[in-house]
Design a binder for this molecule. Structure first.
Ligand SMILES: [Zn+2]
Length: 164
């Protein structure tokens, strides 16, 4: 019988967390429960961050309550990836398309998924959000099911190149 120590064993665990969203994230989550997308404008340079947050990461200044900006649910794909590897947390059929969407009026991008053929996606593609039925809305960005292409010309590269 070996006296070697046991170095590895498997022990599944589960941890439950209560997470306090805070003032800024609470404002964002309450708004999205009403179908509104809230960003926050920096008082120093006017850039609009989405989702809204409590302070500017570049200038280290708090965002004022009156800096909230309601954004439209449409924008431009600035970059994308085709996912061919399964993930336990994402119940989408492979392959699927993840996109970085620059909402119109925002200066930061939102990561989401695009509903469309793999050969449809491209940088500059104009898209709009497809929401769950209103009666299913909660305080979650998951109220948006996915984005889909708009019947519009592609955005000019110069209009989004700084956000790639
Ligand atoms: Zn700033």
């Amino acid at each position: 019988m070996s006296e070697d120590p046991i170095e590895v064993f498997l022990q599944p665990i589960q941890l439950d967390y209560d997470y306090t969203a805070g003032v800024s994230a609470s404002r964002f989550l309450r708004a999205i429960e009403q179908g509104k997308l809230l960003g926050q404008r920096c008082p120093v340079d006017g850039r609009v961050y989405f989702p809204s947050r409590g302070s500017c990461p570049q200038h280290a200044v708090p965002f004022a309550d009156d800096g909230a900006v309601e954004l439209p649910d449409r924008g431009t794909i600035v970059t994308y990836s085709i996912v061919r590897v399964p993930s336990e947390n994402i119940p989408l059929e492979l392959p699927y398309i993840t996109v970085q969407v620059l909402l119109d009026g925002a200066d930061t991008v939102l990561m989401h998924v695009l509903d469309g053929d793999l050969d449809t996606v491209r940088m500059g593609l104009r898209v709009e959000a497809v929401w769950k039925p209103k009666e299913e809305w909660t305080t979650s960005l998951a109220n948006i099911l996915y984005f889909r292409p708009l019947d519009e010309p592609d955005a000019d590269y110069d209009s989004y190149k700084e956000h790639i």
